[in-house]
Design a protein around this ligand. Structure first.
Ligand code: NDP
Length: 280
């Protein structure tokens, strides 16, 4: 079994970005907005800020109270849309229930939508002609490439069909010529379908969602889940100790897909900078 080391792969990607930024004198700018005080969101936002500092980016953080109105949030996004120092804008999800996430995502200027959550970006990913990569799925693809894992013709099963992980993951694997099955909470025979997977990607958000009896001997197991356990620690969806005995490759949580998501976000922000400044 090979433990997929997302930290190292993400570091390599951030190092490439940081040296390009340094050598060319670029100043990509990322604005991160957080609404409310969700502890998990706070951790993600801090990690994004750290990655910006590491890559030599300019960054701004806006922390709005949970009581902030949708109009206030959209007014801030519009201000950032017009700010030349800012190339990428991301609004950390989830948002408080009184704010319409879709309206907020769609308010971000397409040239600055580095999370690639807008309907237009999701559609472009489906067609396979996109500028901004969907961060988490693209991070998974980068891990598969780094470890020379053959995807073409393989059976890939994804558990989860969210717009930010499951669906774009399916598209990227399909573009890489995998034969893709997407499962969800209504899927019948989940265990059997998962057992047919050469590559199994779990994006459920539940500890223990993937047990060893769902995994084929020699499968590649990618755990996107990030769940806070009753022990206060982060856990993936996969029963790691049991599944690692069967998998050929497996990602840990933490230290697997998570760092890749942030590295791809940095890559998208650099792309946005170059495109906004007409640099080829
Ligand atoms: P969502 O809650 O939006 O989606 C979860 C999906 O899992 C849904 O499609 C749901 O099905 C499906 N599901 C739920 N229960 C079951 C079940 N028992 N059997 C089969 N399918 C099930 O989550 P996200 O996609 O946003 O995130 C998934 C996980 O990934 C979370 O833990 C999140 O924290 C993590 N995450 C990690 C990132 C990283 O960087 N590593 C980035 C983004 C997310 P249905 O559609 O039928 O409800």
């Amino acid at each position: 079994m090979v433990l997929i080391d997302g930290k190292t792969v993400a570091q390599a990607l951030k190092d490439r970005i940081a040296s390009e930024v340094r050598e060319r004198g670029y100043t990509p700018g990322l604005a991160v907005i957080i609404v409310g005080d969700d502890p998990a969101s706070r951790v993600y936002v801090n990690n994004k800020k750290k990655a910006c500092a590491y890559c030599g980016f300019y960054s701004e953080e806006y922390a709005l109270p949970a009581s902030a109105s949708q109009q206030e949030l959209i007014a801030l996004i519009e201000k950032l849309n017009a700010d030349e120092r800012i190339d990428g804008i991301l609004c950390q999800l989830p948002l408080p229930a009184h704010i319409d996430e879709k309206a907020v995502i769609e308010a971000i200027a397409p040239a600055k939508d580095v999370d690639a959550f807008s309907e237009a970006d999701v559609g472009k990913v489906m067609i396979g002609n996109y500028t901004f990569s969907p961060c988490t799925p693209a991070g998974v693809m980068e891990l598969l490439r780094y470890y020379d894992i053959d995807v073409s013709g393989k059976s890939a099963v994804i558990i989860g069909r969210s717009n930010i992980v499951g669906k774009p993951m399916a598209m990227l694997l399909l573009h890489a010529d995998a034969t893709v099955t997407v499962c969800h909470s209504k899927t019948e025979n989940l265990r059997e379908i998962c057992r047919s997977a050469d590559i199994l990607v779990s994006a459920v958000g539940k500890i223990g969602a993937v047990t060893a009896d769902m995994v084929k001997e020699g499968a590649v197991v990618i755990d996107v889940g990030i769940n806070r356990g009753s022990d206060g620690k982060l856990h993936g969806d996969v029963d790691f100790e049991a599944v690692k005995e069967k998998a050929s490759y497996i990602t840990p949580v933490p230290g697997g897909v998570g760092p890749m998501t942030i590295a791809v976000l940095m890559q998208n922000t650099l792309k946005a900078y170059k495109s906004n400044k007409n640099i080829n």
